[in-house]
Design a protein around this ligand. Structure first.
Ligand code: SN0
Length: 317
């Protein structure tokens, strides 16, 4: 693996999940792998879990980490080609990416979508510029369309919690939210579930919330949430804004919130969410504070997933 931007960069999902679980058992297994190497982390947007779990993962491998909140602490970057830079942008992303590539062995970037211009967002221009100009491996810390480190941790969490000798039924459900949110987490989870092939995957959302089939492939969609939840072993809860009416909230139906009544329809399903979660909007308190929620364990697994990815990059570059 050179870069880690999507599931397409992964040779064997199964091997990567196993590697993460090995690190969970022994976090210092490869604590010299990253000696003398530096990870640069650039944030164009806020972060709690990704920021800290990635730093911990890099430290477990012996790496040094430098974090830059580019949006607040860096120069305003220009993205357009051939532009006369007489406006507010100070530095072109070409120089910024190339310069940062001089300082780090691996560069990790978080950049959310605008949710205004779909073509712009889905072209992944910012990550693309880092790939093109940095000259070092690039890791996505959630891009405009995908969140692969989250998805890997999600698979690790399902793998370690499901003990039965059959395929679990995993249902990804849309839930309401007050703000328009990216499609990155659901796109990515769908893409990884399709590539993993160790679970039966179903998506449920109101009409108009269809995700790009580029990520969902042939995943079945059930528009009736209650029906979708029947027999579920895992509910993966996430809000996203509409793709077709790009970046818009087109449904606020509170009956899509995950409550105890919804859990009662499942096979005593475990409940997952990438966090941060709006309590009593997306998932009810009774569920988040109850025995079915595994959101904290899921967030904990972010360390081991990221450690596996960084190790793979260090071993291959
Ligand atoms: C982001 C998202 O992609 O949905 C990050 C998730 C890891 N979530 C939010 O921006 C939540 C914002 C809010 O106000 O609840």
């Amino acid at each position: 693996m050179k870069n880690f931007l999507s599931v397409e960069n992964v040779q064997s999902i199964r091997a990567l999940v196993d590697k993460a679980l090995d690190y969970k058992k022994n976090r210092l297994l490869d604590n010299h792998l990253g000696t003398g190497k530096t990870l640069g982390m650039l944030f164009f947007n806020p972060s709690l879990r990704t920021r800290v779990s990635t730093q911990v993962a890099a430290r477990n491998l012996g790496m040094e980490v430098i974090v830059l909140n580019v949006e607040k602490e860096g120069w305003q970057l220009e993205l357009d080609e051939g532009i006369v830079m007489d406006g507010s942008s100070t530095e072109h992303i070409k120089e910024a990416a190339a310069v940062l590539g001089q300082y780090f062995d691996i560069l990790a970037v978080r950049t959310f979508p605008t949710l205004k211009d779909k073509t712009e967002d889905y072209s992944e221009r910012i990550i693309g510029q880092f790939l093109k100009h940095a000259g070092v491996p690039v890791v996505s810390l959630e891009s405009a369309t995908l969140h692969p480190l989250q998805s890997l941790a999600d698979l690790v969490t399902i793998k370690e919690t499901f003990q039965e000798k059959r395929r679990p039924k995993v249902v990804m459900t849309w839930a309401p939210h007050v703000k328009p949110l990216p499609q990155s987490v659901p796109n990515s989870f769908a893409e990884w579930m399709n590539g993993w092939d160790e679970a039966d995957f179903l998506i449920t959302h109101p009409e108009g919330y269809e995700l790009e089939t580029k990520y969902t492939h042939n995943a079945k969609i059930e528009y009736n949430q209650d029906k979708a939840l029947e027999g579920a072993d895992y509910i993966y809860v996430k809000n996203w804004s509409s793709v077709t009416e790009y970046g818009k909230i087109i449904n606020r139906d509170a009956s899509w919130m995950i409550t105890s009544r919804k859990i009662a329809m499942t096979n005593n399903s475990r409940v997952m969410h990438c966090l941060p979660v709006r309590r009593n909007v997306v998932i009810a308190d009774e569920v988040l504070d109850g025995p079915n929620s595994i959101v904290i364990q899921q967030a904990g697994n972010r360390v081991w997933a990221t450690q596996a990815v960084l190790a793979e990059i260090l071993q291959n570059n």
